[in-house]
Design a protein around this ligand. Structure first.
Ligand code: G6P
Length: 372
């Protein structure tokens, strides 16, 4: 009913708009009296977790893209090697696991059969398992050694939005927790990152408040047959998620690419009028990453692409090469996915709505896939 949708036309819109609160609730109550980070439920001792030699993140769909963001952050903060794998591929390749392997599953529902079976397999092989999950008491967290609940509230729309941002937030918390255990970051560094995380909800709200131009572009582009998404570093999984949302909701052919890979193949797809979204890294970030992505924008534009960029507020370099720019507020480069994802969600939702599709119940998809 309209009341359940809180005045929005769809659960998806409602959930997109609940994202400031979802991130805030994921961050809530995570520190003890000494200001140290804690996990919800631990059946592994902190000493055992400290010994972790390798992390394998297992997930499907949108959750797997949250896993890729997790990889970049956790490796950077803890120096523990992290692999990310689609849960349904994991069991069939003879993965290398032992007691010092921490298998981190990410699942909104906690019931995805592919993910559950992969977690069970990892346990049988002796790995320690940690579940990042939104659904209290669901099967995957019940069967795992440790749990970090998202507390994002129920997600009704089939395509995941607020749970995705909450998964990324929880992954940052896990990375900081492990860094704290291993003494890898100073407590001051951890509290600085936490302080920046606490500023994210208000920044998401700014993007939501300025959503109208994104929706207008989506309405204009309703007849587009294909859209490409480019990103690099943590912008890469964001690009993949942007493409997935368009496929899921608007049934448009959409592909995400790592921007550096463009010259190795995908650039052949560019022809006159091809829309290309580019998730631009912070100009304050690492080395020459920003300028490399700006070059990618120029390269596709020179071949006729219609370039649409998502960039940090104040990034003057992109404006000149973009048909449309959507700015997001500044934050630490690693935290940017919590902001850059939001315009892409709004775009997909508005475009599918313009085409008359039911964004809450896309064809052929289920909210939780409980078969293998
Ligand atoms: C289904 C949904 C996706 C979701 C995936 C994983 O395929 O349609 O939106 O990302 O399952 O779900 P989970 O509950 O494990 O996060």
């Amino acid at each position: 009913s309209a009341a359940e949708k809180g005045g929005y036309d769809s659960f998806m819109e409602k959930e997109i708009n609940e994202q400031p609160k979802a991130v805030e609730d994921t961050l809530l109550g995570r520190t003890d009296a000494q200001g140290r980070l804690t996990l919800d439920e631990l059946r592994i001792s902190p000493e055992q977790l400290k010994e972790t030699s390798k992390i394998i993140v297992l997930a499907c769909g949108t959750a797997a893209y949250a896993g890729t963001v997790a990889k970049y952050a956790i490796e950077h903060w803890t120096r523990i090697p992290v692999e990310v794998e689609l849960a349904h591929e994991f069991r069939y390749r003879d993965p290398i696991i032992d007691q010092t392997t921490l298998v981190v599953s990410i699942s909104q529902s906690g019931e995805t059969m592919d993910t559950l079976m992969a977690v069970r397999y990892a346990k049988e092989q002796g790995a320690r398992t940690l579940s990042i999950c939104n659904t209290n008491g669901s099967t995957i967290p019940r069967e795992s050694d440790a749990v970090l609940y998202l507390h994002a509230g129920p997600e009704i729309a089939v395509a995941s939005t607020k749970a995705f941002l909450a998964m990324i937030t929880a992954s940052y918390l896990l990375g900081l927790y492990l860094a704290q255990l291993r003494g890898q970051l100073f407590s001051g560094q951890i509290s600085d990152i936490l302080a920046d995380l606490h500023k994210i909800p208000a920044k998401i709200q700014t993007i939501l408040d300025g959503a109208e131009p994104i929706k207008a572009l989506a309405r204009d582009m309703a007849q587009t047959p294909s859209v490409l998404f480019l990103g690099r570093h943590v912008g890469f999984p964001v690009a993949m998620e942007g493409a997935l949302k368009l496929k899921e909701l608007a049934y448009i052919h959409a592909e995400g690419f790592a921007a550096g890979e463009l010259k190795h193949g995908p650039i052949a797809l560019i022809e006159e009028g091809q829309p290309v979204f580019v998730v631009v890294p912070s100009p304050r970030g690492r080395d020459s990453l920003h300028s490399k992505v700006v070059s990618n924008i120029q390269e596709v534009r020179a071949r006729g692409a219609k370039t649409i960029t998502v960039a940090e507020q104040g990034d003057a370099a992109v404006t000149e090469y973009s048909e449309n720019v959507f700015f997001v507020p500044e934050t630490q480069p690693l935290l940017m996915p919590l902001l850059t994802t939001v315009p892409l969600q709004i775009f997909a939702c508005a475009l599918a709505t313009e085409k008359g599709y039911d964004v809450d119940q896309p064809r052929n998809l289920a909210k939780s896939v409980t078969v293998e």
